[in-house]
Design a binder for this molecule. Structure first.
Ligand code: TRP
Ligand code: MN
Length: 489
């Protein structure tokens, strides 16, 4: 287990108890147990947006000024919600379909979004790749693909050490642009709460663009398909995917030959595109927690879906406490060290009502281990009858260090982990519900292999990630075609 860090200073116990006594007037539908309109935890404590402060919170920055932090969170608390309850509920319903094997989840985007590389083009290209992947997967699975971006809020990173030694001095670790800046000097690395506001503003602008693109002509099925045809035609190696691309082409022509006016069918022109990020910096999430006026329950208005990371999912930790009380669909990353008992206890805390699709278990086990480690976990959850979504994160346990010292990942290892994921589900008789990918729409050189056979000595060419290595656009589309072949097998 990772170590938990001390609570942020200044949030002493008594102050928290005082907060809690005034909170809890709202009700939550899915989390906790309702006792006269209050959410009671099994241990008798009451949930509120700030109840996480009573627990130990790993991975929180050491904010230099608590006044500045309070000033930022106070302003955030009155800002408009970034996502609406109705959309959050729709995603929940769609994930419920995944949990029963009637849909597939594609969750993808940046490892960590950047304040510096923020442009309409970057957002558009990322969405474009995800849509291209979705077309191949939708066709191959014969099922709806639920599209969720790691986008519009994915600005914070957990770190293995709170400090980093640079030229003989210890600097605070870079924790993502929501917290500090990656430049190796003390001023840049000092956490700045104004960055919480900047993260909100960038998320808001990103969402505006995503909404426009996903409901306008950009997301049109025929359009997206024509990009895939270009991809297949763009290289000798791409021809491998000709067959599936041609079948999609034929299917589209068949529909239109049958007299279905493609232009007038609304659903062919638009997609539902959802946002998600790791709920890491709890002051940010708390400040954006709102009550849904219709149901009276709490939801986190910073994204449709939130997940808890492998390093912060302690059963008695602040992150699990916070997520247990919001009604958004929740993801939880799990690595190879999780035990079946621990997993069930976490599911019970995060989803006591066992709501289908509320909980997505995102495994990040590594290509070499997955076929041994995953089946017993699947068996346990199946035996318990928990209606979860299973998704494969084939990125985070397949990170290696190249000779140059750069972090990278092999395309083949990523593919191998997904193969192992499918094999494990086939063995146990459960549904391999989706995948969780780190990618970008740019032509970066961060992961090895793929159609263009990217080699170690090319990594330095366009290595722009602020954190982990991402698949580039071509590698991402190729991955989708490969998984499409698996889904059909
Ligand atoms: N609306 C449908 C869906 O989201 C079909 C669709 C339209 C689509 N444009 C798309 C599917 C782009 C994938 C990608 O599934
Ligand atoms: Mn990452």
């Amino acid at each position: 287990m990772t170590q938990t860090e001390p609570q942020a200073p200044g949030f002493d116990h008594e102050e928290n108890v005082a907060n809690l006594q005034t909170a809890g007037k709202h009700t939550a539908k899915t989390a906790g147990k309702l006792v006269s309109g209050k959410i009671m935890e099994p241990d008798g404590k009451e949930w509120s947006p700030s109840s996480w402060k009573l627990y130990s919170a790993a991975q929180q920055p050491e904010w230099p000024s608590l006044d500045a932090l309070e000033s930022a969170t106070t302003r955030l608390s009155s800002m408009p919600a970034l996502v609406m309850p109705a959309d959050v509920h729709r995603l929940q319903d769609e994930l419920a379909r995944v949990s029963t094997g009637n849909a597939f989840l594609l969750q993808a985007g940046d490892c960590s979004e950047s304040f510096d590389e923020f442009s309409a083009k970057a957002i558009r290209d990322k969405l474009k790749v995800i849509l291209q992947m979705a077309v191949a997967l939708t066709y191959a699975a014969g099922l709806p693909v639920i599209k969720v971006g790691r986008i519009a809020g994915q600005f914070a990173k957990p770190r293995s050490s709170p400090t980093e030694r640079v030229n003989g001095t210890d600097l605070p670790a870079f924790r993502g642009h929501m917290v500090n800046c990656e430049l190796p000097d003390l001023l840049s690395r000092t956490p700045d709460p104004e960055r919480l506001i900047s993260a909100y503003n960038q998320s808001s602008a990103t969402l505006t663009l995503l909404n426009a693109f996903s409901s306008g002509g950009f997301a049109d099925l025929s359009h997206v398909h024509s990009w895939n045809l270009e991809f297949v035609a763009s290289s000798k190696q791409g021809k491998r995917y000709n067959k599936i691309a041609n079948e999609i082409d034929q299917a589209l022509r068949f529909i239109s030959a049958c007299g279905i006016e493609m232009d007038s069918v609304e659903s062919l022109h638009r997609v539902n595109f959802y946002t998600s990020h790791e709920a890491l910096i709890l002051h940010y999430e708390e400040s954006l927690t709102r009550s849904d006026p219709f149901s009276g329950s709490w939801y986190d208005s910073s994204a449709h879906m939130l997940w808890v990371g492998e390093r912060t999912r302690q059963l008695n930790g602040a992150h699990v406490e916070y997520l247990s009380g919001i009604t958004n669909p929740i993801g939880m990353k799990i690595g190879h060290t999780v035990t079946p008992d621990e997993l069930v206890a976490l599911c019970d805390k995060l989803d006591p009502q066992r709501t289908p699709g509320r909980l997505t278990l995102i495994t990040r086990i590594g290509h070499a281990r997955i076929e041994d480690v995953l089946p017993p976990l699947l068996e346990t959850i199946k035996k318990e009858g928990l209606p979860v979504v299973w998704a494969c994160d084939p990125m985070h346990a397949n990170t290696i260090t190249a000779e140059s010292g750069r972090k990278t990942r092999r395309f083949d290892d990523i593919l191998q982990e997904i193969k192992g994921f499918f094999a494990a589900h086939r063995e146990v008789g459960t549904w391999p519900g989706g995948m969780h990918i780190e990618l970008t729409g740019d032509d970066v050189t961060e992961c090895l292999g793929g159609l263009d056979d990217l080699a170690e000595d090319q990594l330095h060419l366009r290595y722009t990630t602020t954190c982990d290595p991402r698949l580039n656009a071509r590698q991402s589309i190729e991955l989708a075609f490969q998984v499409a072949e698996m889904l059909r097998a």
